[in-house]
Unconditional design. Structure first.
Length: 406
């Protein structure tokens, strides 16, 4: 066909796996498939700068770091990530340490999600991988057949990507989740949100502080030796405009345990946003040859720092079942995907819900407040309870093939 008429019709490309979304789930999946010599194309609706600068999560579980290391993607993370051996829980202004290394032998790493995304994109492109940024109107079709097609527009041209599998890694507002025709969504909304800020202020210690306070929850975190990340529990319909810089710093100083020797450095606020607190699980995570991963299938409230880690855990299962289907000649193993993921998903929902309800202020209920205080007392005084929290916080091992729920 003449080039002109080809362009007029739009291009037709072919790959084995079409991945929708260049977030942590989609990019890790692309690397895992490349490591298995499975061809894939990532279609991302935003431009590269946007996805590389979107401020979100920051805590990497131990298994996430190990995976990135195994994939040869942890060079900058090893250099710039901040290894933390534990966290602190502040109750009534008094700090209690949970020492992960002592309790589990493992630690966590602070490294911004956008830094992970930058590293994954750079390595994928350097390895000859294909990521189409600004892929608009992405529409997977024929997902019930063994030859799915993804249509989209790029640079004003309609394009068609033929594939064997579509991986829906397009987050909570993506197009792939709703294509799982028979999915059921189980969800819970919390009566508060988080105001998160990034500040040019040197962290004063190398452990996070989760503070339960009568005025509401606060979290002290960090991104680098010069940048602090802070969160405040606010009303679910809170307006950013209501929070001047002074009000933010005053409220943080009130809720964080400054009376117990904790120091808070202030500085210019360089990013701010409000995040809803929500739990949801959509199941099944597969429809025919469309398999959905990460936020496209489930949301956890941020308190346990699990969203990104869970998205990456899904990608490890997805890569394994795709490998079985495309290379091992066992397409029936795609049926293992949902049950295998769901075990970790619900463990993570449980942990995130527990951290959220243990630490936030609920206005309505004196009975609940007493139970919260008791739970905090248990977790800060019992080694068994602290170990349970620590094991979940540092991250359960990724499911091995042998552990599949078949
Ligand atoms: P995403 O990171 O959302 O990636 C999906 C990608 O798909 C995006 O790049 C998006 O642009 C793209 N996309 C969407 N629709 C389409 C389409 N139609 N076509 C093509 N591409 C598409 N977790 C924590 O643990 N701690 C936190 O502090 C925290 N803060 C958060 C703040 C915000 C504002 C949000 C939204 C989430 C936050 N999370 C946090 C959750 C965590 O960041 C997510 O769980 C994680 O990003 C999930 O990764 P993912 O790859 O599944 O989805
Ligand atoms: C961060 C976010 C979390 O949700 C959390 O529990 C701990 C730290 C962070 O952004 O640094």
């Amino acid at each position: 066909m003449a080039l002109a008429s080809w362009a007029a019709m739009g291009g037709i490309d072919e790959t084995e796996v079409a991945i929708v979304g260049a977030g942590p789930a989609g990019l890790v999946l692309a690397h895992l498939l490349a490591a298995r010599d499975i061809d894939c194309v990532v279609l991302e609706q935003r431009d590269r700068a946007y996805v590389e600068h979107r401020v979100r999560a920051g805590v990497l579980e131990h298994p996430t770091v190990e995976l990135l290391r195994e994939l040869g993607l942890a060079e900058r993370l090893e250099r710039e990530g901040l290894a933390h051996r534990g966290i602190q829980l502040a109750v009534d202004g008094i700090r209690h340490r949970i020492d992960f290394v002592e309790l589990t032998g493992r630690s966590i790493t602070l490294y911004g999600q956008q830094e992970v995304v930058k590293d994954l994109i750079a390595a994928r492109l350097a390895g000859g991988g294909q990521i189409v940024f600004e892929a608009l109107d992405v529409a997977p079709t024929a997902i019930d057949t063994d030859r799915p097609v993804v249509q989209y527009r790029h640079d004003g041209v309609a394009r068609t990507l033929r594939c064997r599998i579509v991986a829906g890694c397009d987050g909570s507002y993506g197009v792939c989740g709703p294509l799982v025709a028979d999915r059921t969504v189980t969800e819970h909304t919390y009566p508060f949100a988080w105001l998160g800020v990034l500040a040019e202020a040197a962290p004063t210690q190398d452990e996070l502080v989760y503070a339960s306070h009568d005025r509401g929850f606060a979290l002290y975190s960090m991104r680098s030796p010069t940048v602090t990340r802070l969160y405040l529990q606010v009303a679910p319909d809170e307006q950013l405009a209501a929070w001047s810089d002074d009000r933010i710093w005053d409220e943080l100083a009130t809720r964080l345990p400054v009376g117990d020797g904790f120091r808070l450095n202030t500085g210019p606020i360089i990013d701010r946003g409000i995040t809803a607190m929500h739990s949801s699980v959509a199941t099944p995570m597969r429809h025919g040859n469309l398999l959905v991963a990460g936020d496209a299938a489930h949301i956890v409230p941020a308190t346990g720092a699990k969203g990104m880690n869970l998205a990456i855990a899904d990608a490890t299962v997805l890569a394994a079942v795709i490998d079985d289907a495309l290379r091992g000649g066992r397409p029936e193993h795609l049926a293992d995907y949902t049950p295998t993921c769901l075990r970790r998903v619900w463990r993570t929902q449980h942990f995130s819900h527990r951290m959220t309800t243990m630490l936030h202020r609920f206005d309505d209920d004196a009975f609940r407040r007493q139970l919260q205080r008791t739970e905090l007392e248990i977790v800060t005084s019992s080694v068994a309870a602290a170990t349970d929290l620590a094991e979940h916080y540092v991250g359960l091992p990724f499911a091995t093939l042998a552990e599949r729920a078949t």
